[in-house]
Structures are given as C-alpha cells and as structure tokens.
Design a protein around this ligand. Structure first.
Ligand code: FES
Ligand code: FES
Length: 189
C-alpha cells in the first residue's frame, strides 16, 4: 500500500510504514500499520494521557493538538500525522510544573474523575493560543466536543477563563520593563 501525504510518499513494507511524528517537540520514529490509529500508536509509545473513550469520534477524550489544532486521535491514522506536530497532555506541564491551564482546572474545582481532562485542557490550550480572552460562549464552543460524565461543565468553563487571566498576567509581567536601582540610588529602565 502506498499513501501519499504531501510530505513525501509513504510506502508500506511488510505491512508497516516508517513515519516520524514530532510528539511534544521531539521527533519520534515509528513503524506503524497503515491502518493503525494515532491513538493506539501514541498509547503504545507510552503517551497514556491520550485516553480512549468512545473510540468513535464522539467524546473528545482522545484529543491531541495536531499542528496546534485539536484533533481526535481515534479518528485518524498515525501515518496521517507523519512529519506533523502532535502535542499530548504530557507535553503541556508536569506534576511539579503544571501548565497554567492545568493549575486553573484544579483551582476552579473542575476535575472530578479526571478522565476527560487531558482532552479538555488541550482544547482549552488551542482556544487560548488563538483567543487569549475568550468570553463564556467562546469557551463553551471550544469545549463542546469534549464530553464529561462527572460535571456540569460550569467549573470547566470557569477554569478556562481563570487560565486566560493567569496567562494574561504572566504575559504582562514578562513584557513589563525591568526597573533596576542604579548605584546612586536612581531608578533606571
Ligand atoms: S475516544 Fe476519540 S472521540 Fe471518543
Ligand atoms: S471529570 Fe470525570 S469525565 Fe470529566
């Protein structure tokens, strides 16, 4: 089987295709079956934050960012991600250094069992990258493909708006001029 992707032609040899995915900023060379789903390939490689829910394109728990946009990894073949950027929840923050969106979800009380949260956080990340100050309806629209069995979504919408505030503050702090005291005690910029 030959699969042409606009990023070179992929050929199956003995039922496997050699692909390179950029996962969380690092190139990952893999051999995949032509019909292996991205969800299965990522979980096989240890990215267990990518969750299998419905396996049918309905729940959003398998969401990853593909070239910065949310994509359902249960609905696309791993070979379709050849030479593209894939971000999973493992690429966002760590338990010691969580991403501000993750911190906001915890602070807002938006996490119950947690199963839907990786997908939701990634959908929120894509939204905030594009729109740093979304209103409630923009947040609801961005999360509407991510189903949650535990909550009523209110806290999660609050969490995304809280994350937006946190990220805005951080950006303002970074762009503020540094004011230093000169040796004579005068302030210099
Ligand atoms: S597992 Fe992919 S949408 Fe449900
Ligand atoms: S927190 Fe349990 S499914 Fe969403």
């Amino acid at each position: 089987m030959t699969r042409s992707k606009g990023r070179g032609t992929l050929k199956a040899v003995n039922g496997k295709i050699d692909v390179v995915l950029n996962v969380n900023g690092k190139d990952l060379a893999l051999q995949v079956a032509p019909v292996e789903y991205l969800l299965d390939a990522l979980r096989r490689e240890g990215f267990k934050g990518v969750k299998r829910g419905c396996d049918n394109g309905d729940c959003g728990t398998c969401t990853v960012l593909l070239d910065g946009k949310p994509a359902l990894s249960c609905m696309m073949f791993a070979a379709q991600a050849h030479r593209r950027s894939v971000v999973t929840i493992e690429g966002l923050g760590t338990p010691c250094e969580p991403h501000p969106i993750q911190t906001a979800f915890v602070e807002a009380g938006a996490v119950q069992c947690g199963f839907c949260i990786p997908g939701m956080v990634l959908s929120a990340k894509a939204l905030l990258d594009e729109n740093p100050d979304p209103d409630e309806s923009a947040v609801r629209h961005a999360l509407d493909g991510n189903l949650c069995r535990c909550t009523g979504y209110v806290k999660q919408v609050e969490a995304v708006r809280l994350a937006a505030k946190k990220m805005k503050k951080t950006a303002e702090r970074k762009s503020a001029p540094t004011i230093l005291a000169s040796p004579r005690g005068r302030l210099v910029k």
